[in-house]
Design a protein around this ligand. Structure first.
Ligand code: GDP
Length: 298
């Protein structure tokens, strides 16, 4: 029995490294270990299967040569494929030629959207931008106040509906916010939207209406890395209901191994742009495929 995946992988690869050349049986045995590793990291099964098939094909066709022994060669292939699926290079934010750029956040309630809005605002500010937050989550009690609080902590302006006017229309708030951003010379607008505990049609329609009203340069799907396999169905629902151009993975400070990243990237084809790894506004960075590959492999 192996306690951790890395033990298991290391043991499998050590057996390989003692051999002079890579046989099909060696590759199959290693592939089995990698398959278990990925499943334990919560990567969705169809994604695991496709990945393993690709690795096997490459490994079987590979010449054993040069400085690498067979085990190192398999590791290299697995790593390259994993980093490739995770997006290779970090993708930068698409910004509008004529400001303000609009970045809309979408995702389930609790995914970390509001927190992310503050993190992103602070990060953008440090890059020399003048961002404005927009409170379009008018469903959840306190969501507006929570956004105003993170906005204050990040030192940015938050546009919110005036209190005392009932629930208000998030589409109208979004439209007025863009006009205000233009007027006050904010070059980036970050729109926080409502989430639900589960995917529902009303949520999707509202997000789609906001999207149509503000024509965002980016729609970022915010997903909690801890939800593991559920990330795939959630991502598919948001892809079909709202559409998104990039992914932000949150709660990577937890013990999730990050399989959600691989699944969401592979299933939706959209890049992961940022990673959130804590409750503080500074716990945030651009996404690094190579670091995530190591984490997934354990
Ligand atoms: P929203 O409903 O999508 O707006 O989610 P919130 O931003 O309100 O976040 C839900 C909870 O997750 C809050 O308690 C946040 O403090 C917490 N949270 C958000 N991002 C992270 C993260 O990266 N790591 C951890 N540990 N907690 C986070």
């Amino acid at each position: 029995m192996f306690d951790t995946l890395s033990d298991r992988l290391t043991a499998a690869l050590q057996t390989l490294s003692r051999k002079g050349r890579l046989s099909d049986a060696d590759i199959d045995a290693t592939a089995r270990e990698i398959r278990i590793a990925l499943l334990e990291a919560d990567v969705a099964l169809p994604v695991v299967k496709a990945f393993i098939a690709k690795v096997k094909e490459r490994a079987k066709g590979a010449e054993v040569h040069g400085a690498l022994n067979p085990a190192q060669q398999v590791i290299k292939i697995v790593n390259e494929e994993l980093v490739g699926i995770l997006g290779g290079e970090t993708r930068r934010l698409n910004l509008a030629k004529n400001p303000p750029s609009v970045i809309m956040l979408a995702g389930l309630q609790g995914a970390g959207k509001t927190t992310l809005a503050g993190k992103l605002a602070l990060w953008l500010k440090k890059q020399g931008h003048a961002p404005m937050l927009v409170a379009c989550d008018l469903q959840r009690p306190n969501a507006v106040t929570q956004l105003q609080v993170v906005g204050e902590r990040a030192g940015v302006v938050t546009f919110a509906p005036e209190p005392g006017n009932g629930v208000g229309d998030p589409v109208d708030v979004a439209r007025r916010a863009i006009a205000e951003a233009r007027h006050a010379q904010h070059d980036i607008v970050v729109v926080d939207t409502a989430g639900r505990l589960g995917v529902d049609e009303e949520l999707m329609k509202q997000a789609a209406d906001i999207r149509d009203a503000v024509e965002p340069d980016e729609v970022l799907f915010v997903v909690d890395a801890m939800i593991g396999q559920d990330a795939v169905t959630t991502a598919e629902a948001f892809r079909d209901g709202v559409g998104f151009t990039g992914v932000v993975l949150t709660k990577l400070d937890g013990d999730a191994r990050g399989g959600a990243a691989l699944s969401v990237r592979e299933v939706t084809g959209q890049p992961i742009l940022f990673a959130s790894n804590g409750e503080k506004l500074e716990d945030f960075d651009t996404f690094h495929p190579d670091r995530m590959a190591s984490r997934i492999l354990g």
